[in-house]
Design a protein around this ligand. Structure first.
Ligand code: CDP
Ligand code: MG
Length: 696
C-alpha cells in the first residue's frame, strides 16, 4: 500500500499520534464509558430521559458521540445539545471535534449568538439554549433534530426553563405528526400541540429528549416530564479538604489575591481555580497577580494566569484547558462557568469567595439589575468539588463556616428573577399566546408576566390586545437582542441614525470597553478625554468605535495583512486604555447585527454631526429608562420612582445634567445608573407620548 504524507513534520506527526492515544485513553477512563450500552438502550426505550452525573463524568462530551455511533443521525438527522453558556458550547464542540478526529464545523460544530461554526455536514451540534429557541421560530417542529439534549439543566437559566416547556410541546406535536398522520390534524382541538399545520402531512420521527444535570435533584425534571426515567452515572470524586476563614473578609478580591500566593508558596504542586463574578474582576485580579508575582524571588516557580469567561475570545478561552508550562503553576480565573459547565484539567486548589453575579428583578417596577450576591450551598459544593477531580484537593472558602450554614440551599431559578419581556416576545412569536397558561416548570409570578406584557405594548411589539404587532413586533422577535435594544434599532432607522445606534447597541452588548488600571488612573482618564462627548456615554462609545475603525482602516491602506492589522489595533487599544478583548467582541457583534438589520430591510443611514437628532432617537428608544436630577444631586428613575445615583464612570458624572436616559442599573451599596446621555425632559412627552402623556 502506498504511504501518504500529511505534510506535517515527523515531530508533529509523532506529537499528534501521542495526543490521539492520550485522548483515547482519557475517553475510556471516564465514568460514563462503562455505561455506554445501557445509556443508548435507555434512549431507545424512552422518549425522555434524565441523566444525572457528577461534573467531569463525560456527559457532555461523550453521550452525543454514543448516540451518533448508535445510529441516531441516520437520514441526515442532527443531535442538538444545548448549553446555558456560550463558552461551554464552544470549548466542548472543539474538544469533541478533536476526539472525533475531525475539523470543527464538519461532523461536530457549534452555534451561538453572533458565531456559527456548523455546516450541512454537522451531525453533533452544540449550541446555547437561547439559540435553539430562535431556531424554533423558523422551524417550529425542530424537524432536523432526532435528539435534543438539554445540558446543565440544574442551572435553571431562563432559557433552559422556557426551552423545557417548548420542547415538551414540540415532542408532543412530533409524536402526533408521526403516528396520527391519517387523521386530519386540524380537526384536533388540541390547544397544547404546537402549530399543527407545521406537520403539513409530512411524517416526523418522534423527538428524543435528554435532560442532563450535575446535581442529584432529578425528581423535579422527572415529575415535569410525566415521571420520566432518570439514570445516575456513578462519578469519581476524591476527598476535598474544605477550609474557611476565621474572620469575615471585607474585600474578597484582595483575599483571593493573598490566598493565591499563599497556595503558591506553601502548598505542593497543582493548579489553582479561583471563582470570580465577572470580566472586570478577573482582569483587575490578573493585573494584581502579575504585579505581585514580579516581587517573588528570582528562583521561585512562576504563575501562569489564564482567565475564562463568556465574552473572552475563544482562542483565549482554550488556554485554560492547556497544561501550564513546566516551570509554572496554572491559575485559572473563572466566572461560575467553571462550576459545572466546563471541566478544567489539573485543578487541585479551589478558591471560592462565595459570590456570584446574578440578575435581579423587581416585578412591580419592571426594573432588572445585576447584583453580586452570595452563592447557594449547592453552588459552593459544586465549586469545592472541582478540586477533587484528579486527586485529593483543597478548597479555600473565603468566608466563615457559620456563613456557609446561612446560604440558601439552591439557587432560585432565573425565570423568577429576571425581566420576562424577551421570553414573552419569543413565545408570542412562536404562536404561544397564552403566556400565563404556558406550562412552565416553575411559573414566574403573574405580576412579572403582566409587567412584561405591558412593557412590550409600550415598545410597540404587542398590540393593545396582546398580539404580536406587524411589522414592529415581528422584526423585534427576529433580532437576537433585548427587546429594548431591538426597538432602538428600529426607531433609529426611522430617525435616520441606524449607523450610530448599531454601534451603541454593539458596544453595550459587551462588558467594560474602557480599562482603568488602579495604578494608572490619571493616564487612563486623560486617554479617555479624547473620545469623550459632553452629551454622554453613548456618543462617547460611538467615538471609540469609530476611532478603532479608523486605526484599522489606516493599516489596511498600508496593505497590512489581517494579523498585522489586529496587532495594530491591539496596540492602539493598549495606548488608549481600551479593552481590546471587549472591543473585538463588540466589532463581531456589530457585523452580525448589521447583517440582521440589512436582511430586515432597515435603511442604514447616519445622522452625521446632528447629535440632537441622535439624542432624541435615544430618548425615543430608551424612554422607559429616564431619570431626573433631584435637588440633592441624586436621580429619580421616572418609570419606577426609584432613587438612583449616577455611576462615577459616566462622562456626565461631573456635569450632572437635569435629565438623562440610561441603559443599565447596577446594585452594589447603592443603585447606580450607567451608560447615560443627557436629554431634554420635554422630549419624553413628545417622543414617548404613549408613556409620558401630559395631562391637560
Ligand atoms: O459533562 P461532564 O461534566 O459530565 O463532563 P465532560 O464535559 O464531558 O468532560 C469529560 C472530560 O473531558 C473532562 O474530565 C475533561 O478531562 C475532558 N475535557 C477536556 O479535556 N477539554 C474540554 N474542553 C472538555 C472536556
Ligand atoms: Mg457537562
Amino acid at each position: 500500500m502506498p504511504s501518504f504524507s500529511s505534510g506535517a513534520s515527523p515531530q508533529k506527526q509523532q506529537h499528534n499520534a501521542r495526543r490521539k492515544q492520550l485522548i483515547r485513553q482519557q475517553r475510556k477512563s471516564l465514568p460514563i464509558a462503562s455505561v455506554e450500552k445501557r445509556l443508548v438502550e435507555e434512549v431507545r426505550k424512552n422518549g425522555t430521559l434524565i441523566v444525572v452525573g457528577e461534573t467531569g463524568s463525560g456527559k457532555t462530551t461523550q453521550l452525543p458521540q454514543f448516540l451518533y455511533d448508535a445510529g441516531f443521525c441516520q437520514d441526515g438527522k442532527v443531535i442538538g445539545i444545548t448549553q446555558p453558556r456560550r463558552v461551554a458550547a464552544v470549548t466542548v464542540a472543539k474538544r469533541v471535534a478533536e476526539e472525533c478526529n475531525d475539523q470543527l464545523g464538519r461532523k461536530v460544530g457549534y452555534s451561538i449568538r453572533f458565531d456559527d461554526s456548523t455546516s450541512n455536514a454537522t451531525r453533533i451540534k452544540y449550541m446555547t439554549d437561547g439559540l435553539l429557541l430562535r431556531e424554533a421560530l423558523l422551524d417550529p417542529l425542530l424537524s432536523k433534530y432526532s435528539v435534543i439534549v438539554v445540558d446543565e439543566a440544574h442551572e435553571r437559566t431562563v432559557h433552559t426553563d422556557v426551552l423545557l416547556g417548548l420542547l415538551k410541546k414540540v415532542q408532543h406535536s412530533r409524536s402526533l405528526c408521526s403516528d396520527k398522520i391519517g387523521e386530519t390534524l386540524s380537526d384536533r382541538q388540541d390547544s397544547q400541540s404546537l402549530s399543527m399545520k407545521a406537520c403539513q402531512g409530512i411524517k416526523f420521527a418522534p423527538l428524543k429528549l435528554i435532560i442532563m444535570s450535575a446535581s442529584l435533584d432529578a425528581k423535579c425534571f422527572s415529575d415535569y416530564f410525566g415521571g420520566a426515567k432518570a439514570v445516575h452515572i456513578q462519578g469519581r470524586q476524591y476527598p476535598v479538604d474544605t477550609l474557611y476563614t476565621y474572620q469575615p473578609e471585607s474585600d474578597y478580591l484582595d483575599a483571593t489575591l493573598v490566598t493565591i500566593f499563599q497556595i503558591h508558596l506553601e502548598e505542593g504542586p497543582g493548579d489553582i481555580l479561583a471563582f470570580l463574578t465577572g470580566q472586570e474582576e478577573i482582569e483587575s485580579l490578573e493585573r494584581l497577580i502579575q504585579e505581585r508575582a514580579r516581587q517573588l524571588p528570582q528562583n521561585s516557580s512562576k504563575l501562569w494566569i489564564t482567565p475564562i469567561y463568556s465574552s473572552l475570545p475563544s482562542e483565549q478561552q482554550m488556554n485554560a484547558f492547556k497544561p501550564a508550562p513546566s516551570v509554572a503553576r496554572k491559575v485559572v480565573l473563572a466566572t461560575n462557568i467553571a462550576e459545572t459547565s466546563v471541566t478544567i484539567p489539573g485543578i487541585k486548589y479551589v478558591i471560592d469567595p462565595g459570590m456570584v453575579k446574578a440578575r435581579a428583578y423587581n416585578p412591580v417596577t419592571g426594573m432588572e439589575s445585576l447584583i453580586i450576591i452570595p452563592v447557594s450551598k449547592a453552588q459552593a459544593l459544586q465549586r469545592s468539588g472541582r478540586a477533587g477531580r484528579e486527586g485529593p484537593g483543597k478548597c479555600f472558602r473565603l468566608f466563615q463556616e457559620c456563613e456557609f450554614d446561612k446560604l440558601a440551599e439552591s439557587t432560585v431559578p432565573e425565570i423568577k428573577r429576571c425581566n420576562l419581556s424577551n421570553v414573552v416576545l419569543q413565545l408570542k412569536a412562536l404562536g404561544i399566546d397564552d403566556i400565563i397558561g404556558f406550562d412552565f416548570m416553575e411559573k414566574p409570578s403573574r405580576t412579572s408576566i403582566l409587567k412584561s406584557l405591558e412593557q412590550l405594548i409600550l415598545l410597540g411589539a404587542l398590540t393593545d390586545d396582546y398580539k404580536l404587532s406587524d411589522p414592529v413586533g415581528k422584526q423585534m422577535a427576529r433580532l437576537p437582542l433585548d427587546p429594548m435594544y431591538s426597538k432602538a434599532l428600529i426607531v433609529s432607522s426611522e430617525f435616520k441614525c441606524l449607523e450610530e445606534m448599531l454601534i451603541v447597541v454593539s458596544m453595550l452588548s459587551v462588558e467594560s470597553i474602557f480599562f482603568t488600571p488602579r495604578e494608572k488612573l490619571e493616564e487612563a482618564r486623560a486617554a479617555r478625554k479624547s473620545f469623550e462627548s459632553s452629551e454622554g456615554d453613548h456618543i462617547t462609545l460611538v467615538n471609540v468605535f469609530r476611532a478603532a475603525a479608523e486605526c484599522l482602516e489606516k493599516s489596511k491602506n498600508a496593505n497590512a495583512k489581517e494579523k498585522t492589522m489586529e496587532k495594530a489595533l491591539n496596540r492602539w487599544c493598549w495606548e488608549n486604555f481600551i479593552n481590546y478583548r471587549s472591543l473585538r467582541h463588540a466589532r463581531d457583534v456589530h457585523s452580525q447585527i448589521q447583517g440582521h438589520v440589512q436582511q430586515m430591510g432597515l435603511s442604514l443611514s447616519s445622522c452625521g454631526d446632528d447629535m440632537v437628532l441622535f439624542r432624541r432617537c435615544l430618548t425615543a428608544a430608551f424612554f422607559l429608562n429616564a431619570a431626573m436630577r433631584q435637588p440633592d444631586g441624586s436621580f429619580r428613575a421616572l418609570a419606577t420612582g426609584q432613587s438612583v445615583q449616577m455611576h462615577p464612570s459616566s462622562v456626565l458624572f461631573r456635569t450632572k445634567p437635569d435629565c438623562v436616559i440610561f441603559n443599565e442599573l447596577v446594585r452594589t451599596t447603592q443603585n447606580y445608573i450607567k451608560n447615560l446621555t443627557r436629554i431634554d425632559p420635554l422630549w419624553l412627552a413628545e417622543l414617548a407620548s404613549q408613556y409620558y402623556a401630559t395631562e391637560d
